[in-house]
Design a protein around this ligand. Structure first.
Ligand SMILES: NC(=O)c1ccc[n+]([C@@H]2O[C@H](COP(=O)([O-])OP(=O)(O)OC[C@H]3O[C@@H](n4cnc5c(N)ncnc54)[C@H](OP(=O)(O)O)[C@@H]3O)[C@@H](O)[C@H]2O)c1
Length: 302
């Protein structure tokens, strides 16, 4: 399950087809049939799928480029939890922010699906990692993942914690997925040559019948003035995995780089919760409640 599916269900997700459609942007499973022009995949193969919609179902038809070979060392749940979160974290930190071991890295929403993936990748690079979350239960998970500075951003001002940190208190790379005040405060923490990568807006709460919420949403969308970026020699960048799906060569390269990296560093996806297919409502409620940890996986079949 992905947070985008919550937004999609509410009609707030830009990269979604017209209603009605079946939700679900990724899954793990077995190929049961192939088209006559399919050359790279075969029946019986276990694959992970990345797609725009349709994985809350027993069967899905996708283009062969969207069916990536499953990772042998992972369980079914770990394979289901891997593609979107780790590709997003990888593209943000490695391809866009060009992470290196000397970077200090701030991961917003560090205990979630994308967040835990980003923490694992940044730690494997040897970076000093700051991670935020909204509750103490999730702080424990951050400690387990060796986050250097876990921060409950509901209890304390994360900017103060960063500013008072031992290395002078600036950040080289920020992965930001909340928007609003969290983005505004984050961007001011960047060191010269620092990069903030926006990969989501979890706080977006647009109600199309309420004009006040339009203004609030407009104000919450991350933006920065080029002259301000120039004054601080910093960069604002963004990514959306969905728009990369139709670039097969690039996707294949990213997938190979990422899977090599996770194998080398023995990284395993954090599956926090597993639900049965007929409990999808509960799974959505859990994610919206902000109480989920790591990835939520839904099992279509036992
Ligand atoms: N760009 C891409 O291609 C891409 C791909 C995948 C995901 N994303 C984005 O990455 C973010 C995380 O996605 P995910 O699937 O891994 O979800 P997740 O982090 O597992 O779950 C959502 C978490 O967001 C945090 N959050 C912050 N403000 C929130 C709010 N106002 N309402 C609800 N939750 C809020 C909560 O954690 P705390 O309470 O600990 O803050 C919550 O547990 C989302 O913004 C998503 O859209 C982007």
């Amino acid at each position: 399950m992905n947070y985008a599916e919550i937004q999609s269900r509410k009609g707030l997700y830009g990269w979604a087809p017209k209603l009605p459609y079946v939700l679900g942007m990724e899954c793990y499973g077995e190929i049961v049939a192939i088209g006559s022009k399919c050359t790279n995949r075969k029946i019986g193969e276990n694959v992970v799928i990345g797609t725009q919609f349709g994985t809350y179902a027993e069967y899905i038809v996708v283009d062969e480029i969207q069916a990536l070979p499953a990772i042998k060392d992972f369980s079914s749940e770990q394979n289901a939890a891997f593609a979107v979160n780790y590709m997003t974290a990888w593209v943000s930190l490695v391809n866009i922010a060009r992470i290196k071991s000397s970077d200090s890295v701030l991961i917003q929403v560090a205990a979630g699906g994308v967040g835990t993936a980003a923490v694992q990748i940044a730690k494997a690079y040897g970076c000093r990692v700051f991670g935020t979350t909204s509750c103490d239960k999730k702080i424990k998970l951050l400690e387990k993942l060796n986050v250097d500075v876990p921060i409950n951003y509901k209890k304390t001002d994360f900017t103060e914690i960063v500013r008072s940190d031992r290395d002078g208190g600036g950040i080289d790379i920020i992965l930001e997925v909340v928007g609003g005040d969290v983005f505004k405060k984050s961007i001011n923490l960047l060191n010269p040559f620092g990069r903030i990568v926006v990969a989501g807006f979890a706080s977006l709460d647009l109600n199309k019948w309420n004009p006040i919420s339009w203004i609030k949403t407009y104000k919450s969308i991350p933006r920065a003035s080029v002259s301000k970026l120039g004054e601080s020699s910093t960069g604002l960048m963004a990514t959306h995995l969905g728009y990369l799906i139709n670039k097969p060569k690039l996707m294949t390269k990213l997938w190979l780089d990422l899977t090599d990296f996770v194998k080398k560093h023995n990284i395993k996806p954090i599956v926090g919760h597993t639900f049965h297919f007929n409990e999808i409502k509960m799974a959505h409620e859990l994610m919206e409640s902000r109480n989920s940890k790591g990835k939520i996986v839904i099992k279509v079949n036992d």
